[in-house]
Design a protein around this ligand. Structure first.
Ligand code: NAP
Length: 491
């Protein structure tokens, strides 16, 4: 256990107030942050409400006036320093994630390093936001484009990646010359506040990076109603994304939405089944299945379905469930007891409809004393009407279906309003092209169970969202494209 994890016990280090204009600001007494592994209290939050959100927006607006004019090389230097500090404190930041969210410590540190990679990438990429010179139809004229920072950006983030969902938005925004106000999830604010402290140490001027903690709806309304906020970057559920999009229409601000998913994991009869099973386990049980890109429907080609189920069962039998600080644990708790009850309901529906439960299938709340659910394997046969198939499971439940032919596998994979990530396992190059082109998803892993990196575009189609994070696209999102026409150059 790291030093910070030890100190968490006496709450010596936890900042629980909001961070506005470079200062820690207390609000009204609010809720507790609880460790989902044992329900122990980690911290008590205060709520700065809509008033605090408005103060942060104003601070961000004032800061924007000079931050946008700061040379991109200087901005990149500060962003890069933030990256270095995050990496330097990866052990402590990882421990914070494990304490407030529950994921196993090695996985939590992995999230910190993954999140930091976006900070590193953004610092470099912002320097390459090139405009273009354009031929025009008008004699004696020249045209060119500029990428300029969009302005104040409000970022609203979820609890499942308390650190990386913040850096993935804020780093490109800050590097591009925007200023930000972040509202983290109330379950996991400590990672956000630790990132704010490191941003302060990195040298961001006051008001460039702000974090407001408090009840969601009033803060969300303050963000979306404000004319000063020019963009809302949201990661979370599709219903809340739709609400924010509606609210943002009033001031016609840009929205970037990273929403829910219902990922199909399609395994063809020519696939390497051992590798496919490894891939399902990696995709399904990371963060106890609480990721937007988690394998939600494992669509197995009929001829290999039995072999796949046997391989998955063997893997699942070996998973060690427990508190994320314990050695060897690979599956931690769910975020809270309501999440356990939700997963229980999905499995109950499967059981009632005749699905076969090959492993797990029950909460471990009494046995382990926290919000735990057993790693579970459900065979749904051909029943794509199961609640498990039509909802984001967000829990450690793998549900496998059997389908006889490629066309039907593609049709069923696409039969969802979501379109975030999909996975295909096959060794047939023709199938790779046919299937990846036919799937209506923003990201597709072929023989690969994870698709995200700082260099590549992350995002969904259909009701999984709008916009892309990562790569050059991630920085571009936070800029406006301006066109300039100059005439009379031949006079
Ligand atoms: P959520 O309920 O939508 O909450 C996300 C954030 O939005 C939280 O900070 C929440 O605060 C806030 N929020 C809720 N109502 C709001 C409102 N009226 N105005 C402003 N903010 C509001 O989602 P979640 O349960 O935390 O996260 C799980 C979801 O996120 C899943 O659907 C998952 O797929 C999705 N996700 C998507 C991606 C991606 O990249 N596409 C990545 C990670 C997660 P409160 O909790 O206080 O309500």
């Amino acid at each position: 256990m790291t030093m910070l994890a030890d100190r968490l016990k006496d709450r010596a280090l936890l900042k629980t107030d909001s961070f506005i204009k470079g200062r820690w600001v207390a609000g009204a007494p609010w809720i507790k942050v609880v460790n989902p592994s044992d329900r122990s209290e980690l911290a008590r939050l205060t709520d700065v409400g809509a008033e605090g959100a408005c103060q942060a927006i104003e601070a961000a607006d004032i800061a924007f006036q000079h931050w946008k004019k700061t040379s991109v090389f200087e901005r990149a230097r500060i962003v890069r320093t933030w990256h270095d500090l995050i990496v330097e404190h990866a052990d402590d930041l990882g421990a914070l994630i494990t304490a407030e969210m529950g994921k196993p410590l090695p996985e939590a540190k992995g999230e910190v390093i993954y999140g930091a990679s976006f900070v590193d990438w953004s610092a470099e990429e912002a320097k390459r936001m090139y405009g273009e010179t354009i031929q025009t139809p008008f004699p004696g004229s020249r045209g060119w484009t500029l990428h300029q920072p969009i302005g104040v950006v409000a970022c609203i983030t979820p609890w499942n990646f308390p650190s990386a969902m913040i850096t993935r938005k804020c780093a490109p925004a800050l590097a591009a010359g925007c200023t930000v106000v972040v509202k983290p999830a109330p379950e996991t604010p400590l990672s956000a506040l630790a990132l704010a402290e490191l941003a302060r140490r990195a040298g961001f001027p006051d008001g460039v990076f702000n974090v407001v903690v408090g009840e969601a709806a009033p803060i969300g309304e303050a963000f979306t109603r404000s004319d000063t906020v020019r963009m809302v970057g949201f990661t979370g559920s599709t219903p809340v994304g739709k609400l924010l999009m509606k609210q943002a229409a009033g001031t016609v601000k840009r929205v970037a939405l990273e929403l829910g998913g219902n990922a199909p994991f399609v395994i063809m009869d020519d696939a390497d089944i051992d590798k496919a099973a490894d891939g399902v386990i990696a995709s399904k049980f990371r963060a106890s299945g609480q990721t937007c890109v988690s394998a939600n429907r494992i669509i197995a080609h009929e001829p290999i379905a039995d072999q796949l189920i046997e391989a998955l069962k063997a893997h699942i039998d070996e998973i060690k469930v427990g508190p994320g600080f314990d050695d060897g644990v690979t599956v931690g708790p769910l975020i809270h007891d309501e999440a356990v009850a939700r997963v229980e309901g999905l499995v109950k529906n499967a059981r009632e409809r005749g699905a076969v439960i090959h492993a797990g299938g029950a909460p471990l709340v009494d046995q382990l004393g926290g919000s735990f659910y057993a790693p579970t394997l459900v065979e749904g046969g051909q029943d794509f009407e199961l609640d498990l198939a039509n909802n984001e499971i967000f829990g450690p439940v793998a549900s496998v279906y059997r389908v006889g032919n490629e066309d039907e596998m593609i049709r069923l994979a696409n039969a969802t309003p979501y379109g975030l990530a999909a996975y295909v396992y096959t060794r047939d190059v023709g199938r790779v092209h046919r299937i990846t082109e036919a799937l209506d998803f923003g990201m597709i892993g072929v023989n690969a169970p994870m698709v995200g990196s700082s260099a590549t575009p992350f995002g969904g189609v259909k009701q999984s969202g709008i916009g892309r994070e990562g790569g050059k696209w991630g920085v571009e999102e936070f800029t406006e494209l301006k066109f300039v026409l100059l005439s009379g150059i031949d006079q």
